[in-house]
Design a protein around this ligand. Structure first.
Ligand SMILES: [Zn+2]
Length: 127
């Protein structure tokens, strides 16, 4: 099981723009970057990456998440593989605490839940 603190630290150190720009051509648009969404077919860019919030969001299909989510969705990596992949790009090795399938499932749920809360919070703030 990967400690939550490591994941937070990793997300603080990795720049989501670097991660996504390897797969998607991004152009500066105001305070965000924009490009063609890799998750649905489109001709005009509605895929937006926020450098300050370290999140991506597609206004076309609703794809949304962190650098870890991007690797999972785009490259089809598992949660753990996505973290290992990110960590290796900045020369970190992933600490492991007694791996167990159950623990991992709980952790993935926790991340999903955190995201859900984040989305809800954003939605309330915007409306
Ligand atoms: Zn999209």
């Amino acid at each position: 099981m990967i400690p939550r603190t490591f994941i937070d630290d990793l997300l603080n150190r990795v720049d989501i723009v670097d991660v996504i720009s390897k797969s998607v051509t991004l152009k500066k648009s105001g305070s965000n970057l924009q490009g063609l969404c890799p998750f649905h077919q489109e001709k005009s860019p509605s895929f937006s990456v926020s450098e300050t919030k370290q999140f991506y969001h597609c206004f076309g299909c609703g794809a949304h998440g962190s650098a870890i989510n991007f690797l999972m969705e785009y490259a089809g990596l598992s949660f753990v593989d996505a973290i290992e992949d990110l960590a290796s790009t900045i020369g970190l090795s992933v600490p492991k605490e007694a791996p167990s399938a159950v623990g991992m499932a709980i952790q993935e749920q926790a991340v999903a839940l955190t995201e859900l809360l984040q989305k809800a919070t954003n939605w309330y703030q915007e409306s």
